[in-house]
Design a protein around this ligand. Structure first.
Ligand code: BTX
Length: 254
């Protein structure tokens, strides 16, 4: 009933019960020249990864934990755009399957009621001027109950079943997610980033708000003006100076 409807995404699927991280396996497959659209999906990850060596909690049978290998013929500086494409695909899939309306917090958080429903990790292998592969990791919390989360996540994480009040089919969610992602990726390759940017901005909560962006080198406080075509966030500080932020955690104030 929930067979895939895609043309390339998921043509090759590696399904495992338990893995350390689907990202790690996808990197290995990518090095072994796996074709574009190859997917690694698991029921459980013992060491799921977030950004900057953070952990992603991925318990058994409760979520969608998958990594997708993409091979766009693009320069490396475009890689952040792929994270934004993934976020739009996740929002569209959640909307269609559950009727819930998630929001996006730049760059990679998808939230419901202010809590994280999805994490996206986009990693790249590249030459000096071309992307060799993008390993796009997506983790969606689907059927966890509040008591399933460890204490440190109780305030920050939620799941589709918590928000919806009933169980949600992971198979259906994967089917719809891959179709949305394939459609957006095709639009992106044919027409460029602009149509994706418009969709993304429609779901984004941070734009127009006062935010604090914490980067590895310090923090910037100001108003989020929007994103540039390369996925970079533009912040205007109180003195009117604009800053371009490539990677950060953001806190939204007003
Ligand atoms: P991130 O660095 O933006 O977020 C990681 C942070 O999110 C953690 O430090 C923790 O506070 C919080 N967190 C951890 N687990 C969860 C959870 N299940 N729900 C909500 N919040 C959580 C986000 O990184 C990118 C995550 C990508 C996960 C996918 S799953 C498939 C693939 N394989 C893999 O190892 N990672 C990706």
């Amino acid at each position: 009933r929930f067979g895939l409807k895609t043309k390339t995404l998921g043509k090759h699927i590696y399904y495992e019960e338990t893995v350390d991280s689907t990202q790690k396996i996808a990197h290995r497959l990518s090095n072994e020249e796996a074709v574009e659209g190859t997917i690694v999906v698991a029921e459980e990850q013992s060491s799921g990864r977030g950004r900057m060596d953070r952990k992603w909690y991925a318990p058994k049978y409760t979520g969608v934990w998958l990594s997708i290998i993409l091979r766009p013929n693009l320069p490396p500086h475009k890689a952040p755009q792929l994270t934004l494409i993934a976020a739009v695909a996740v929002v569209q899939a959640i909307e269609e399957v559950t009727g819930l309306q998630p929001e996006i917090k730049w760059p990679n958080d998808v939230l419901l009621n202010g809590k994280k429903i999805t994490g996206i990790l986009t990693e790249m292998q590249s030459d000096a001027d071309r992307i060799v592969s993008i390993i796009m990791g997506i983790g969606i919390n689907v059927n966890q109950k509040p008591e399933d989360y460890p204490n440190e996540l109780k305030e920050v994480a939620t799941s589709l079943s918590i928000e919806k009040g009933e169980k949600v089919s992971r198979a259906e969610l994967i089917q719809v997610l891959l179709l949305k992602l394939e459609n957006l990726y095709t639009i992106y390759l044919e027409k460029g980033f602009y149509p994706i940017k418009l969709l993304w901005e429609g779901y984004a909560i941070s734009i127009g708000k006062n935010i604090i962006a914490r980067t590895l080198t310090g923090s910037i406080e100001g108003k989020a003006l929007g994103i540039k075509d390369d996925g970079v966030l533009i912040i205007e500080d109180q003195s009117g100076k604009t800053h371009h932020v490539y990677s950060a955690d953001i806190e939204i104030n007003s």
